[in-house]
Design a protein around this ligand. Structure first.
Ligand SMILES: [Zn+2]
Length: 104
């Protein structure tokens, strides 16, 4: 009997992960057949990654550039804690729009 390799935990939708293959941080927007759909934090760029290539990020990857940033971040964290993934994803999109409009 061979030793099983440690199972890769598949990140949940809404988690932020570092994709070693691209050296980028992305948010998990969907998982499908073991593949992860990731999206850049600022901007709409999306890509796919394998769970074995990603690592969870530290809890504060989002910038605190203004009060609105902080507010969106706080609301999103509350949404994730309450299990409201739709709201969390909507807030992530709001954050992307905010970053593009206010901080570019
Ligand atoms: Zn801001």
């Amino acid at each position: 009997m061979t030793m099983p390799s440690p199972p890769h935990r598949t990140p949940a939708v809404g988690e932020l992960v570092h994709d070693a293959r691209r050296d980028r941080i992305g948010e998990v927007t969907a998982t499908d057949n073991g593949r992860l759909h990731l999206r850049a934090l600022a901007g709409a760029e999306a890509w796919e990654a394998l769970p074995c290539d990603v690592q969870p990020t530290t809890p504060t990857p989002w910038p605190f550039r203004c009060e609105r940033c902080q507010e969106i971040r706080w609301q999103r964290s509350a949404a994730l804690q309450s299990g409201d993934l739709r709201l969390a994803v909507a807030l992530t999109e709001a954050m992307g729009v905010h970053l593009r409009h206010e901080h570019t």
